[in-house]
Write a protein that binds this ligand. Structure first.
Ligand SMILES: CC(=O)CC(=O)SCCNC(=O)CCNC(=O)[C@H](O)C(C)(C)COP(=O)(O)OP(=O)(O)OC[C@H]1O[C@@H](n2cnc3c(N)ncnc32)[C@H](O)[C@@H]1OP(=O)(O)O
Ligand SMILES: NC(=O)C1=CN([C@@H]2O[C@H](COP(=O)(O)OP(=O)(O)OC[C@H]3O[C@@H](n4cnc5c(N)ncnc54)[C@H](OP(=O)(O)O)[C@@H]3O)[C@@H](O)[C@H]2O)C=CC1
Length: 291
């Protein structure tokens, strides 16, 4: 099946990045969210990020103008019924995602492919609440979407080959690289990355190092582009905790126990950059470590 139109559900940091790259690749993009503010904010972020790409000569000004014309927004989930491909990028909570798919089903064309950008949740289980598990799969972008090369493609137990091939063709058209992962908690990237981030929080919790010394150690000592706590703030501490919980419950191994300090930050509403406070405080000119 040839995909021309893409519906993106959730206009947070991943949803706006996905809309950005899809529009630049020439797809018609329709973005939905439960909040108009989130839709407005996403559009202005896309403009800002594309303008930066123009100023750095990564894309031509005409490409930006054409891409922006390809993006529309709506508060009505049912408007996405005409899309050839759906990419769900709402909050990392299984009940939220299931409800979205259930609400969307009556409006869909029979041939529409459903995908989720979930970081960790079972694709097989999400697919099972739909009428088309064979046309359902994981389409996992990395953050920031316009910059990161990888997309993990995850087949559920019922995903058919035509669906995989159609999604792989989209990844190729985006000029990104697909990695195929099996449907187990966290897939590949987060099975490896998130325990490292969680261990960095334990290192902080147990007083082995400060926020700065932990981040500097991993940047200068292991050549990571961001320290693990800086990266956790960038991903969102709520998302990190949700992924750790999926690993802990899904693999039933205490080595995935979320650090109590991570839980406490999330309970405080300190979710990282998106709330201007996490392991760093972002309210001033430069980020200030909180511990
Ligand atoms: C949780 C999950 O489920 C999976 C995940 O996504 S895990 C997270 C994966 N992501 C990472 O690990 C990111 C690690 N960090 C990095 O790679 C880098 O710090 C970074 C690319 C984010 C920023 O790099 P930097 O050198 O510090 O900053 P900066 O020079 O401003 O940006 C580098 C480039 O990215 C671009 N960029 C940064 N953020 C951008 C955005 N949101 N949109 C578009 N472009 C962006 C910049 O324009 C710049 O482009 P050029 O090289 O063409 O000039
Ligand atoms: N952050 C990251 O680095 C990465 C995240 N992901 C995954 O992508 C998904 C989104 O993450 P991210 O963008 O960071 O999260 P954000 O919190 O930035 O954005 C989520 C958006 O979804 C909206 N939303 C919540 N419920 C619904 C709904 N029922 N219908 C439509 N929109 C809804 C939220 O609205 P409101 O704010 O009003 O609740 C918010 O705007 C998650 O599954 C996450 O695991 C994947 C790769 C990397």
């Amino acid at each position: 099946m040839s995909i021309q139109s893409v519906g993106v559900i959730g206009a947070g940091q991943m949803g706006n990045g996905i809309a950005h790259v899809m529009a630049l690749a020439g797809y018609d993009v329709l973005v939905t969210d439960i909040s108009q503010d989130a839709l407005d904010e996403a559009l202005s972020l896309i403009k800002r990020n594309m303008s930066r790409q123009v100023s750095r000569e990564k894309i031509a000004p005409e490409a930006m103008d054409a891409a922006l014309k390809q993006i529309r927004t709506t508060l009505k989930l049912s408007d996405l019924g005409h899309s050839d491909l759906i990419i769900e990028a709402a909050t990392e909570r299984e009940s939220v995602k299931q409800a979205i798919f259930e609400d969307l089903l009556p409006h869909l064309k029979p041939e529409t492919i459903l995908t989720s950008n979930t970081s960790s949740i079972s694709i097989t289980r999400l697919a099972s609440v739909t009428d088309r598990p064979e046309r359902f799969m994981g389409f996992h972008f990395m953050n920031p979407v316009p910059v990161m090369q990888l997309v993990e493609l995850i087949r559920g137990i019922a995903t058919d080959e035509a669906t995989f091939k159609a999604c792989k063709a989209v990844v190729d058209r985006l000029n990104k690289t697909a990695a195929s992962a099996e449907d187990f908690p966290g897939f590949i990237v987060n099975r490896i990355l998130m325990p490292m981030i969680n261990e960095a929080v334990y290192t902080l919790y147990e007083g082995v190092g400060s926020v700065l010394s932990i981040d500097e150690s991993m940047k200068l000592g292991a050549n990571h582009p961001m320290g693990p706590l800086e990266l956790a703030d960038f991903i969102g501490l709520d998302t990190c905790l949700a992924i750790m919980n999926v690993l802990h419950e899904g693999l039933a191994d205490t080595k995935y126990r979320p650090c109590p300090l991570l839980t406490k930050y999330v309970e405080a509403g300190w979710l990282g950059r998106k709330t201007q406070r996490g392991f760093y405080d972002y309210r001033g000119e430069t980020p200030v470590p909180t511990r």
